[in-house]
Design a protein around this ligand. Structure first.
Ligand SMILES: C[S@@+](CC[C@H](N)C(=O)[O-])C[C@H]1O[C@@H](n2cnc3c(N)ncnc32)[C@H](O)[C@@H]1O
Length: 227
């Protein structure tokens, strides 16, 4: 029995044969938990009561790209650098940078999250490379191979706050805690980047070490470190 996660597919899924155990189906899988499902509309997560389908949407990312001026400034996107987004998640930040002309590599550890992101990028021929893997291992192979490394670690959930939207709830369920402290991750990112490392933080979170400069938004902040 393979330890690979299962991909339920209605259409051929050979592209994903190395990463998943392929299971042909006619309709979205029933059953508990979050399951991966692939059909004519792309990769999806079947989840919750009634097996709702969650899919990534390019229009949302495009809207976000037009709003993400602070992230673009923090990464120096005007000069179209190469950027490694080491905690890619749903790709909203990384693809915003790609749509602004940066050469972006998206690194994501969760296989299910990676599958949705990979399908979105392939389906729309977006200008980004999607890597299924762990940030530290990827950085080891780089040695100053990119201009900018970007880190958006999962913020701890806050008590007494409204539930995050569905995409963040699913990401929280799928993403295991990183397991490495942010200071150590920052050093790995520095070893991979030639120019700078950008870390997204909640506005009142303490900085890790001493950033060269900070850009502040309403609720979040970007700490920028020289590489
Ligand atoms: C807060 S989310 C990133 C959200 C992303 N910036 C976006 O715009 O959607 C953090 C992501 O990092 C991933 N992650 C956590 N530890 C990782 C690691 N060591 N290597 C690669 N990815 C990791 C999680 O699976 C999760 O998808």
């Amino acid at each position: 029995m393979s330890g690979k996660p299962v991909l339920h597919h209605r259409i051929p899924a050979q592209r994903y044969a190395d990463a998943f155990t392929l299971r042909p189906v006619e309709r979205p899988p029933e059953g508990p938990g979050i399951q991966l499902y692939y059909d004519e509309d792309g990769m999806a997560l079947a989840h919750g009561d009634g097996r709702r389908l969650f899919r990534l949407r390019l229009d949302r990312i495009k809207t976000r790209a037009s709003q993400s001026l602070l992230l673009a400034r923090a990464c120096g996107a005007g000069k179209c650098p190469s950027v490694a987004d080491l905690y890619a998640g749903w790709g909203t930040d990384g693809l915003s940078l790609a749509l602004k002309g940066c050469a972006v590599t998206l690194v994501e550890r969760s296989p299910l999250v990676w599958a949705l992101l990979d399908d979105l990028v392939a389906r729309h021929a977006l200008p980004a490379t999607v890597v299924s893997g762990e940030a530290g291992s990827w950085c080891l192979g780089q040695r100053k191979g990119v201009d900018v490394a970007y880190l958006d670690p999962m913020f701890p959930p806050r008590r007494k706050h409204a539930l995050p939207d569905q995409s963040m709830q699913l990401l929280r369920e799928l993403a295991e805690p990183d397991g490495l402290g942010l200071a150590e991750r920052l050093e790995q990112a520095r070893a991979a980047a030639r120019q700078r490392v950008v870390v997204k933080r909640r506005i009142h979170d303490p900085a890790v070490g001493r950033p060269a400069w900070q850009l502040r938004g309403g609720r979040i902040r970007f700490d920028v470190y020289r590489a």
